[in-house]
Design a protein around this ligand. Structure first.
Ligand SMILES: [Zn+2]
Length: 185
C-alpha cells in the first residue's frame, strides 16, 4: 500500500517537473568550426549579465558558416509587461523580431539558410530549459529545422563553460543534446 502511494507521488512529481533536455556527455560531441564557437563565446561574455542570442547561417556544404548576432529584447518586454514576461534578459531571451526579419531578408534568394539558433545561460548549465523548448517547438518558430545551441557563462570570470547542441530528427520529434567539439574548418 505504502509503495503504491510512493509510486503515485513520484508519478505526480514527474508530471509537475519542468521539462528540460541536457547535453549528454556520453554521446560523441558534434564537430563545429572553432571560429564559430569563439564568436558565440565572445557574444555571450560581452552580453553578461544578460543572455545573448543569435542565428548561425549555413549552406548545403557547411552547416556553420557565419554568426548573426541578434538583440535580446527580454528586459524591454519584462519592463513593459511583467505579468506576461516574468523574467528579464538575465534569465531569458526574446530574440528581436526585426533582427530575425533582417537576416531572413538577406537570405532570400540565396543558397544560405538559418541552420542553428544560439543563446547563453548566465550562471546556469548548457541545457534546453522548459521555456527554450516551448520556443523551439512553437508552431510559429521560423526555423523548425535549426539546431539549438546553448552556451553557459558565469558571473565575473572570463572562463566560459560547456556548449551544448540540441538536434532532432524532424519537427515534432524530441530534441537530443550533446556537447560540441571545435574543429578547424
Ligand atoms: Zn535558455
Amino acid at each position: 500500500m505504502r509503495r503504491r502511494v510512493d509510486a503515485d507521488n513520484a508519478r505526480r512529481a514527474d508530471a509537475d517537473k519542468p521539462r528540460r533536455v541536457d547535453a549528454d556527455e556520453k554521446l560523441s560531441p558534434v564537430p563545429v568550426p572553432g571560429r564559430i564557437l569563439n564568436e558565440i563565446r565572445t557574444h555571450a561574455l560581452e552580453s553578461r549579465p544578460e543572455e545573448c542570442c543569435g542565428l548561425i547561417i549555413g549552406d548545403e556544404n557547411e552547416r556553420f558558416v557565419r554568426v548573426e548576432r541578434c538583440r535580446n529584447e527580454m528586459t524591454q518586454k519584462h519592463t513593459e509587461n511583467p505579468q506576461l514576461y516574468p523574467r528579464d534578459g538575465t534569465a531569458a531571451f526574446f530574440m528581436s523580431p526585426s533582427d530575425v526579419l533582417r537576416v531572413e531578408k538577406e537570405l532570400r534568394d540565396t543558397a544560405e539558410r538559418v541552420s542553428a539558433v544560439y543563446h547563453s545561460h548566465v550562471g546556469a548549465g548548457a541545457y534546453l530549459s522548459e521555456m527554450d523548448l516551448e520556443y523551439a517547438e512553437h508552431a510559429f518558430f521560423p526555423f523548425p529545422d535549426a539546431h539549438q545551441i546553448v552556451i553557459e557563462v558565469y558571473g565575473n570570470e572570463d572562463a566560459v563553460g560547456r556548449i551544448g547542441i540540441f538536434r532532432r530528427d524532424g519537427v515534432g520529434r524530441p530534441f537530443q543534446g550533446c556537447l560540441v567539439r571545435p574543429v578547424d574548418r
